[in-house]
Design a protein around this ligand. Structure first.
Ligand SMILES: Nc1ncnc2c1ncn2[C@@H]1O[C@H](COP(=O)(O)OP(=O)(O)O)[C@@H](O)[C@H]1O
Ligand SMILES: [Mg+2]
Length: 404
């Protein structure tokens, strides 16, 4: 009998190298990011000349190429210093998986001493060991802290790193901080802000034409010839440009459309398939957006999801009823209760209003004004997506954060 894996391998597919159309792939060539690559290279070139670089803070919406660009430049740096035998080391930390000062430092130390896991060592030991590494080797350490907004005690972390950098005589400890959160900087302690943002770079969203060029390059390497119609590339770019200018959405749309083409054995990626892929990609993106929100904002959204599920029908002045419509005030109260349960500090009502505005901007909720009559003038809030799904996604995030 024929082996089932052999049969699987013989199956027809539109993909040449599926990894290349995955959002985790880092392409060698990054169109429309030449300026950012140059600036970053220039900023980091101090380490090659044995001097201390400035810290760099990079921000911009999801899918604007921040992670890919920084990893590309750091890889190039690594290649260069290895060849020249210079004492320059880099550590990449995704703070989403290492969301505290201690965890970030531990992860950095482990990448400098790969043979030791330093399990159970104290925070001060880990910190001293990091500085010692730099002193002994007269090393320049470049610490890439991706999704830095995820670090709970980020002010503490930045303070320790700056102090460490000042202490190091020959060598340096530099941070490249990255954040998808456009308002993160505003929440930092002024001292942290000035040390982290010595140099700043913004990554703007891509427009439809730029996305199309980016996709074309990826398609050529990821798909077999003539398997992807031009219409499909145009539509994927248009959808992604309209939503957010996000290259990740664009790439995922084609990846998913390709999977549908294989599954339905049409072996042709068309605009219709991109349209089909849109629904599942949107869902995945919403869930991943939720995971990048700050904890307190996740709690606010959690309160909205919970209340939406419990809420009775809301009756308008006209007598019509609508489901899932909530008063801004009741959400704030539910949030306060939740925060207490999670043993969290609570945000003020001013921050609460700011968070609601942001959630609306991300499309996660819809906000309207009640007009006069209902409890004076109040904001009415409704969840933009399925409450069950949002609640489940938040539970996963919140329980992870709070057990850390
Ligand atoms: N200029 C670009 N050229 C090619 N691919 C890109 C470009 N910018 C982003 N991408 C792709 O889009 C996806 C998301 O990029 P990423 O660097 O993770 O964005 P961010 O970190 O800003 O969220 C990845 O698959 C990446 O390869
Ligand atoms: Mg990123």
């Amino acid at each position: 009998m024929e082996n089932i894996f052999e049969r699987q391998m013989l199956k027809n597919t539109v993909f040449l190298d599926k990894d290349i159309i995955s959002p985790h792939h880092i392409p060698k060539n990054l169109p429309y990011r030449e300026k950012q690559i140059n600036d970053l290279t220039q900023g980091l070139s101090a380490v090659v000349n044995n001097s201390k670089p400035n810290n760099i803070f990079i921000y911009g919406k999801t899918g604007t190429g921040k992670t890919s660009t920084v990893r590309h430049v750091v890889e190039q740096l690594d290649e260069f210093v290895t060849k020249k035998e210079l004492p320059v080391y880099n550590c990449y930390v995704n703070c989403r998986s290492h969301p505290s000062k201690y965890k970030v430092m531990l992860k950095a130390l482990r990448s400098l001493y790969p043979e030791n896991d330093f399990l159970g060592y104290s925070a001060s030991f880990v910190y001293e060991k990091l500085l010692e590494f730099s002193s002994i080797k007269k090393a320049h350490i470049v610490l890439v802290l991706d999704e830095l907004d995820k670090v709970k005690d980020v002010d503490d972390l930045m303070y320790s790193i700056s102090r460490g950098n000042d202490e190091i005589k020959s060598g340096s400890l530099t941070v490249i901080g990255i954040s998808n959160n456009l308002t993160f900087k505003e929440k930092l302690d002024p001292r942290t802000k000035s040390s982290l943002c010595e140099r700043e770079m913004v990554f703007d969203p891509y427009n439809a034409n730029e996305l199309k060029e980016i996709l074309k390059e990826r398609v050529e390497k990821a798909f077999k010839q003539n398997c992807v119609e031009d219409n499909a590339i145009s539509l994927a770019s248009a959808i992604a440009a309209q939503e957010s200018g996000d290259a990740r959405t664009a790439v995922m749309l084609l990846q998913r459309a390709g999977e549908i083409a294989d599954k339905t054995e049409t072996f042709k990626v068309t605009d219709e398939l991109v349209e089909k892929a849109k629904i599942s990609v949107e869902e995945e993106i919403i869930l991943s957006m939720i995971s990048t929100l700050p904890e307190q904002q996740q709690l606010v959204l959690y309160a909205i999801a919970q209340l939406s599920l419990q809420s009775p029908h809301f009756t308008k002045v006209s007598g019509e009823t609508e489901k899932g419509v909530l008063f801004s005030g009741e959400i704030f109260e539910a949030y306060l209760k939740l925060a207490k349960k999670f043993n969290e500090r609570t945000i003020t009502s001013r921050w609460y209003r700011q968070y609601i505005t942001e959630l609306e901007m991300y499309g996660l909720i819809l906000v309207t004004n009640s007009g006069k009559g209902i409890k004076g003038q109040t904001r009415l809030i409704k969840l933009g997506f399925d409450a069950e799904k949002i609640k489940a996604a938040l539970e996963k995030e919140l329980f992870k954060n709070f057990t850390n």
